[in-house]
Design a protein. Structure first.
Length: 189
């Protein structure tokens, strides 16, 4: 059986995958996402996921590599990870009372055959109107600083989220159902 390698440093992705894959190894990619150019947020997410998977695939034989990139999009603006606490507050204030999209690009590569499959998953998240006091309290925890859109759904759902349309796991950072379909697609018929 081929080893499965997650090309990501995200502890949330690794946690989701460890529930379904026994022989998982984590090897973060060395891709600089700022160099990736795309016309749409969906194209960016897929290009980033493919770049991460290809980077790790180049260093591993006889393996299946999983690349993923999750972005938060408000209107047409991609909201990345906040630079600092002040930026996290700015992002959360922008999301307050609005619906945004969480887009994850997925890419899987079989390093033996070279077969590459990719997919994007989009989930819509409607935030409640967020009181500044609650935003500040959440940002003080430091938790939003390593997350696109300055939040982790599993930490704030009850407090901040009014409605989710689509795959909850996608908002955590990895649409597991879509990933399993891609992995099945790598298998020979």
């Amino acid at each position: 059986m081929k080893k499965v390698i997650l090309a990501s440093a995200s502890p949330r992705r690794a946690e989701l995958l460890k529930n379904i894959l026994q022989n998982l190894k984590v090897v973060p990619s060395r891709v600089d996402e700022s160099t990736i150019k795309a016309k749409t947020p969906e194209q960016f997410a897929v290009k980033a996921a493919e770049a991460k998977a290809k980077d790790v695939a180049a260093r591993h034989k006889n393996a299946v590599i999983i690349g993923a990139d999750t972005i938060v999009v408000l209107g047409q603006q991609v909201l990345g990870k906040p630079k600092d606490k002040k930026d996290a507050i700015r992002i959360l204030k922008a999301l307050s009372g609005k619906t945004h999209r969480v887009i994850t690009g997925l890419a899987v590569i079989d390093t033996e055959t070279g077969k590459l499959l990719s997919h994007t998953e989009t989930t819509r998240v409607k935030m409640k109107k967020l009181p500044l006091k609650e935003i500040n309290a959440y940002v003080r925890t430091g938790s939003p600083l390593d997350k696109a859109g300055a939040y982790g759904i599993q930490e704030i759902e009850a407090m901040f989220v009014e409605r989710i349309e689509g795959d909850y796991d996608n908002v955590v950072g990895l649409p597991v159902g879509a990933l399993l379909k891609l992995l099945r697609g790598l298998r020979p018929a």
